[in-house]
Write a protein that binds this ligand. Structure first.
Ligand SMILES: Nc1ncnc2c1ncn2[C@@H]1O[C@H](COP(=O)(O)OP(=O)(O)OP(=O)(O)O)[C@@H](O)[C@H]1O
Ligand SMILES: [Mg+2]
Length: 226
């Protein structure tokens, strides 16, 4: 059994009067692919943002590799996020002014890598995601499936230990969705990255090692939820 990498306990988060998380807990082992399912508005994106240190929960803890993320100062938390985490956002969120290869190179540039080296590595990841043909185009000039493959390349380019992916196939037809999932999970398994994957679709969740369900702001095992 591989070591536990990420653990959340008692996560609570409300947006004004709206509760989003209500005592959510989960644990992820190194290299494990975990699918998080659940109805719209149940708190999946909020959970992912708390796990990745993007949103600070009102209560509860997130522990990554023995360090309590929730207690770290902002600067340390964002350094950890840049170094160890990759993120595929729910709505793509590529930078529209940059070409695709520049978008994928961006996390490396932010980590101080020189342009040529960063773009060389970015191009290799675009090739791996079968998206090298759009390297020189801007996000407004490519298809949804190409955009998601570019977003996955951007999440993986820093060799993260955890990839958080929020509905990476949500806007895609089933063929393109399966292709993105196959490329994402193959790349993650090759690099031994853990993946926390939010999805509505059972077909997508089937690519995971374990399925969890978020309901009313808490996390349950798929088996217990049925
Ligand atoms: N920035 C925000 N401001 C106010 N309310 C928010 C905000 N983000 C989320 N919420 C609310 O928190 C609850 C959980 O939202 P969240 O985005 O985590 O759900 P979700 O499970 O990801 O939904 P979906 O499947 O539609 O993406 C919802 O009631 C939502 O309206
Ligand atoms: Mg969401």
């Amino acid at each position: 059994m591989t070591a536990e990498l990420l653990r959340a306990e008692g996560l609570t988060k409300a947006y004004g009067p709206t509760p989003a998380l209500n005592g959510a807990a989960l644990a992820v082992r190194a290299g494990e692919v975990v699918a998080v399912m659940g109805p719209s508005g149940s708190g999946k994106s909020t959970l992912l943002h708390c796990l990745a240190g993007i949103v600070r929960p009102d209560a509860g803890t997130v522990t990554y590799d023995g360090r309590e993320l929730t207690g770290l100062p902002d600067a340390e938390r964002s350094a950890l996020r840049r170094g160890d985490f990759g993120f595929v956002f729910q709505f793509g969120r590529l930078v529209p002014e940059l070409t695709c290869v520049e978008n994928v190179a961006l996390p490396l540039r932010l980590n101080g890598r020189r342009r040529k080296a960063a773009e060389g590595a970015a191009l290799e990841w675009l090739e791996r995601l079968e998206a090298e043909d759009v390297a020189g185009k801007r996000p407004g000039e490519i298809s949804g499936g190409q955009g998601q493959r570019v977003a996955v390349a951007r999440a993986l380019v820093t060799a993260p230990r955890v990839v958080f992916a929020d509905e990476p196939t949500g806007a895609l037809d089933s063929l393109n969705g399966e292709r993105v999932m196959r490329l994402l999970t193959d790349a993650a398994r090759d690099t031994r990255a853990a993946v926390v994957l939010v999805t509505h679709e059972a077909r997508v969740a089937a690519y995971s090692d374990r399925e969890l369900v978020v309901r009313d702001g808490t996390v349950r095992d798929m088996v217990g939820a049925l």
